[in-house]
Design a protein around this ligand. Structure first.
Ligand code: GTP
Ligand code: MG
Length: 190
């Protein structure tokens, strides 16, 4: 996929502010600090389009990036960030639920999991929810650069065993591992 433009067009705190132009959307979902924003930046080969941070809970709104004027990448606030005020957490998760339940433009979700940790019970809960809503998804194990070959293989196998039938890809934003493969998957939906 050749990227000739990528632009943050909307940071929505409420669903009434989601874009209204009906372009297809690809959503990136996962635990706080797992690397969602980094994955978006590296897929688009842009350093700072989606804001990344070593402080968990950096992304607090649903951010819509319009790519090539023909589809969106949607960056979600991470779940499971325990330090965020309870009331804020509740409003994020309500916003995410609303998006997943109602957004007709949503084509596919990329569920992002830390390759060193594997899917947590929250991740499994998210995936069950996506299955229930009949939303197609695949899993990206990020930060693959932090594992050696054997460990990565083990992590892939472990994840595959927890969610049978769902594709699992390894990825590293720093080393570019898995870049092509992810685009191959995404191209099926755009
Ligand atoms: P929230 O918006 O807070 O939910 O976080 P996020 O999921 O968007 O994570 P973000 O992309 O901000 O990355 C969190 C931290 O992990 C940053 O310090 C990144 O530099 C680091 N990181 C992300 N991806 C990778 C990767 O593939 N390898 C390594 N080594 N570090 C990564
Ligand atoms: Mg983020």
């Amino acid at each position: 996929m050749k990227i000739y433009s990528g632009k943050l067009v909307c940071s929505a705190p409420v669903s009434s502010q989601f874009p209204r132009d009906h372009l297809p959307e690809i959503a990136f979902i996962g635990r706080s600090n797992v690397g969602k924003s980094s994955l978006i930046n590296s897929l688009l080969k842009q350093r700072d389009l989606a804001r990344t941070s070593s402080t968990p809970g950096r992304t607090r709104l649903i951010n819509f990036f319009r790519i090539n004027k023909n589809f969106y990448f949607v960056d979600f606030p991470g779940y499971g960030y325990s330090k965020a005020a309870k009331i804020l957490r509740r409003s994020w998760s309500h916003l995410i639920d609303q998006y997943l339940e109602e957004r007709k433009q949503l084509c596919v979700c990329v569920v992002i999991v830390d390759s060193r940790i594997g899917p947590t019970s929250l991740d499994i809960g998210t995936m069950k929810w996506l299955q229930k809503l009949l939303i197609p998804f695949f899993i990206v194990l990020t930060k693959a650069d932090k594992l050696n070959r054997g460990e990565l293989k083990k992590s892939l196998k472990h994840t595959e065993s927890l969610v049978s039938g769902v594709p699992v890809l390894a990825y590293s934003s720093t080393k570019g591992i898995g870049h092509k493969q992810i685009w191959l998957f995404l191209n099926n939906y755009i």
